[in-house]
Design a protein around this ligand. Structure first.
Ligand code: AMP
Ligand code: ZN
Ligand code: MN
Length: 902
């Protein structure tokens, strides 16, 4: 019989080897036909690109796969250090400790009905899969004094595991909560689970308590654990199967607990199993409580009938005090490696001891490290990535080809029992998509483990990485991003690849730098003193009111306050139910929740010129977008700007500027129409020429200097120019912010003009009446529209220099038009007549190199021709452009293209 089995294995092994040989030769043939250069190794594509995993639909993941410690819930009431949102303490330590000293067994009398009602399990149950249903369930539970709970989790295709189902039973109904579809809103159950007035009955709650913390920040306060009751009663067994049999006469197939609970719809048999686990718990708790009460206690005074019951309750509460934490090793995979090595050393029969030499041990360590990283990256369990047997076989054989690796692993896994999840995939798709990693591990000259770690993360998740980023692995990358970006990447893949990598890298950095680090909308509520909901706000605002005794906290989750004074305005004053819509911290385009940036639907170059009244309610037109949606929306907006420019005949960029002092004869009327090609110069050319002359003038070849001088002279109407003129030319159209930046970055000081520039007087000409661009201390809060001006509150002070590389497109490629240096513009001869009537009194806030002047003219034109209604319609056009470009699916409910400002 044994011989027969071995033959079968050998045959299978041969079959496997042949199959993989064939598969791999097909790969080579493909490569040949697509003529992929030999030296450029094809980057493997990760299986995750094509395999959807249910947990990838989660928008927010509390326990990610990074090596950093889990952060527990921090309650708003203990925010003495108001900035800390999470902590490593139990948020309900106080309540639970109170319960341990003084257990609340008041729920018992509510179970009295159990007996009479009987605990037969009927056909009806509620499958909870919508937020609405979950809210109803919360409502039901908050009116109960006791309910039963059980959870099912999935751990094979996930690194830390996740809760796939929560079963809740009241005396009236069984609820099955689909925690995959409701993952992001499960927090709704937090209050009932934390309510010490409601008893939660579990059986063997140790794991469930931790899983609920891990996935939903749900903390159980007031637990009655039927397994703890069994301990106190010294029952011969404490399993639920035993209790079900004993008290309810129900048989259950515990093998089902190992099924794949991610399945939807759940097979009937699994639904029955899941219901059974919670349904009978209330009745079992009732029976056990009766027994606990009737236990004789020799040590306590007669009448102390609660002694044992209280003990069971205390032990249950002790379970609740446990905190979920991630196992964090000094060196990832180390524990698994030493366990494997010691297993091999002890298991003489399996591997001869000389095979357990230092090379073998080193390879085991490397494989375990790789397995750990890959499991985290792909959110898979360790055993799914690579079995222990496979690690031992690989380390012993140290294969050098893909075929070798495959056959070694699949032969090793012939000894592993297949799981209920279907035939074991061996080698796993993780191995199959990343063979080159394993080959690299076996190379003698592979750097030390630290470097391997960095290298793998970079290869897989980095700028040009092979594997998708997710809520689970994102932090893995950002934690190590600094080191990664400082490291110079070997440029093996040629120019194009490196350019792409650079693009992706800068994009990644951009996401990290500019995406909002903490949720933008906190969904805290502010109520008026008559209980009317006024608006939503963030925590900081809420704390501001409370700390000044201007409001009191009325709800904890989400934190809500009631104002103690009569607010000035009410939301109902205006037709603005938008302002009391809860805003979600997700991209309104695609729902992405990991990163998002603010996006202004009405480009700043226009909005900054709106009358104050129309500017004030701008939250409607600032939405959150992920980088991808941001890019789409921005591109559409830039395109539409060009359309606006054409339609209104107002060019996007200023083409020519002239110094007014020198053109007075031409500009006798309100507007100089530069009919002569000789007059005026592009502001960009002017600035570049003036700068070159100031910095390198004396060293320049005289011909070049002459060319540049001609450019500057055009601005001054052709007259001879001085150094002071050069400095003034440099300042043309520069905003104070740009000027400061310029001075800082280039180390440039305006030697010749220092006395001449009045930094405070808007609109007044400066000394000598010559500096035509008035300098003022303008607020830089509104900047021109570049992709990167959309920043978070915390980032707003960040110097724009940091994004220079990314804005250069816009800045170096202006479509040029005319403007006079004193702020009067001309638009050439082919502009519609009305444009000539608009004079642009140039504000120093506006950079002449940006879209600001264009925006100003457009808005002035709208106001002049159509009044504020024109501006409102203009806003609606921009919302339409936004909606058409993005088809956003997650806009807040009150959002409307036709939205009207108050
Ligand atoms: P239960 O409440 O007993 O059905 O178990 C809850 C969860 O624990 C199940 O969904 C499984 O994920 C996990 N679990 C419990 N026992 C086992 C086991 N023997 N093997 C694998 N998973 C288990
Ligand atoms: Zn991958
Ligand atoms: Mn269960």
């Amino acid at each position: 019989m044994a011989v027969h089995k071995d033959n079968l294995r050998a045959a299978l092994a041969v079959a496997f080897t042949c199959f993989f040989a064939l598969a791999i030769s097909i790969r080579f043939i493909k490569q040949f036909f697509f003529i992929i250069p030999k030296d450029r190794k094809k980057k493997s594509s990760c299986y995750l690109n094509t395999e959807p995993k249910p947990q990838y639909t989660f928008k927010r993941v509390l326990a990610d796969n990074s090596y950093s410690q889990f952060k527990h819930l921090k309650l708003p009431t203990e925010t003495s250090h108001s900035d800390v949102e999470f902590s490593n303490l139990h948020p309900y330590k106080g309540e639970i400790s109170k319960l341990m000293k003084n257990p609340n067994v008041g729920f018992l009398k509510f179970l009295d009905g159990c007996e009479k009602v009987g605990m037969e399990m009927g056909d009806s149950y509620v499958w909870v899969e919508s937020e609405e249903q979950l809210r109803e369930l919360v409502e039901v539970l908050s009116n109960e004094r006791v309910f039963a709970v059980d959870t099912e989790q999935h751990s094979f295709r996930s690194f830390l595991g996740f809760t796939a189902l929560v079963q809740i039973s009241t005396l009236m109904e069984d609820y099955l909560v689909d925690t995959i579809i409701l993952h992001d809103v499960m927090g709704l159950l937090r209050p009932v689970f934390a309510n010490p007035g409601i008893c939660k009955v579990f059986h063997g709650a140790d794991n469930d308590v931790l899983w609920l913390q891990r996935d939903f920040h749900i903390y159980v306060v007031n637990l009655f654990d039927t397994a703890k009751a069994c301990d106190v009663l010294s029952k011969p067994q404490r399993s639920l199967a035993y209790l079900l049999e004993m008290y309810c006469g129900v048989a259950t197939n515990k093998l089902l607990q190992r099924e794949d609970w991610r399945q939807r719809p759940l097979p009937e048999e699994m639904i029955q199993y899941a219901r059974t686990d919670a349904h009978y718990l209330l009745f079992i708790a009732y029976c056990l409580c009766m027994e606990l009460k009737s236990q004789k206690n020799e040590n306590s005074s007669p009448g102390d009938e609660f002694h044992f019951l209280l003990e069971a309750s205390r032990r249950s509460s002790a379970t609740c005090l446990q905190l979920f934490g991630k196992d964090i090793e000094g060196c990832p995979g180390e524990l698994a490696a030493s366990s494997i090595v010691s297993r091999c050393l002890n298991d003489q029969g399996n591997i001869s001891s000389n095979l357990c030499g230092s090379k073998f041990q080193e390879l085991v360590r490397r494989l375990c490290l790789w397995r750990d990283i890959m499991a985290r990256l792909h959110d898979e369990s360790l055993r799914f990535v690579l079995s222990e047997n496979a690690i031992i076989a690989l380390a012993a054989k140290s294969p050098t080809t893909e075929i070798d690796i495959c056959s070694t692993i699949s032969i090793a896994d012939l000894h592993v029992e297949s799981t209920i999840l279907g035939p074991l995939q061996s080698p796993s798709p993780v191995v199959c998509s990343h063979f080159e990693d394993i080959l690299c591990l076996f190379q003698e000259n592979t750097p030390n483990l630290d470097n391997i770690f960095q290298q793998f993360i970079q290869q897989h998740l980095g700028p040009a990485g092979s594997c998708p980023l997710s809520a689970y692995n994102y932090a893995l990358l950002s934690k190590t991003s600094l080191k990664l970006t400082n490291r110079s990447t070997p440029n093996r893949n040629g120019f194009r690849a490196s350019k792409q990598a650079a693009k992706k890298a800068s994009r990644q950095l951009f996401v990290q730098k500019f995406s909002c680090k903490s949720p933008v909308y906190h969904n805290c509520k502010i109520y008026a003193n008559d209980g009317r909901l006024l608006c939503y706000c963030d925590r900081r605002k809420l704390e501001w009111y409370i700390s000044r005794n201007l409001a009191k906290l009325v709800e904890e989750d989400p934190p809500s306050i009631m104002l103690l004074f009569e607010p000035k305005g009410r939301p109902e004053d205006e037709d603005n139910d938008f302002y009391i819509q809860s805003k979600k911290n997700i991209c309104v385009g695609c729902g992405e929740g990991n990163h998002y940036l603010r996006y202004r639907i009405i480009p700043s170059c226009y909005r900054m010129h709106f009358p104050e009244r129309l500017k004030s309610h701008r939250s409607h037109d600032i939405v959150l977008l992920c980088v991808d949606c941001h890019e789409i929306a921005h591109a559409a907006a830039e395109k539409y700007k060009r359309q606006v420019a054409e339609e209104f005949g107002i060019p996007l960029f200023v083409r020519k500027v002239v110094d007014s002092d020198e053109t007075q004869d031409i500009s006798a009327s309100s507007l100089p129409i530069s009919t002569s090609e000789e007059v005026g110069v592009s502001p960009l050319h002017l600035r570049t020429a003036a700068m070159a002359l100031l910095r390198h003038g004396p060293q320049m070849p005289s011909q070049r200097r002459e060319e540049l001088m001609q450019i500057v002279m055009k601005y001054y109407g052709g007259r001879e120019i001085t150094n002071e003129d050069l400095e003034r030319a440099l300042l043309v159209g520069m905003t104070p912010h740009e000027k400061r930046r310029f001075e800082k970055k280039r180390g440039f000081t305006f030697k010749h003009l220092t006395k001449g520039i009045n930094l405070n007087n808007e609109g007044e000409n400066n000394s000598g009446g010559k500096a035509n661009v008035p300098i003022q201390n303008a607020s830089t809060d509104e900047t021109e529209d570049s992709f990167y001006t959309i920043m978070t509150e915390t980032d707003q002070k960040q110097d724009h220099d940091d994004t220079d590389g990314m804005t250069s497109d816009i800045k170096t490629n202006p479509e040029i038009d005319d403007i006079s240096g004193n702020g009067k513009i001309s638009n050439g001869t082919n502009s519609p007549a009305y444009v000539r009537d608009i004079s642009l009194k140039h504000e120093s806030k506006l950079s002449l190199l940006g879209h600001g002047p264009h925006g100003k003219q457009v808005v002035e034109y709208l106001l002049k021709e159509y009044g504020e209604e024109g501006v409102r319609e203009f806003c609606q056009r921009w919302r339409q452009v936004f909606v058409e470009a993005l088809h956003p699916r997650f806009l807040p409910a009150g959002w409307d293209v036709m939205h009207r400002y108050a």
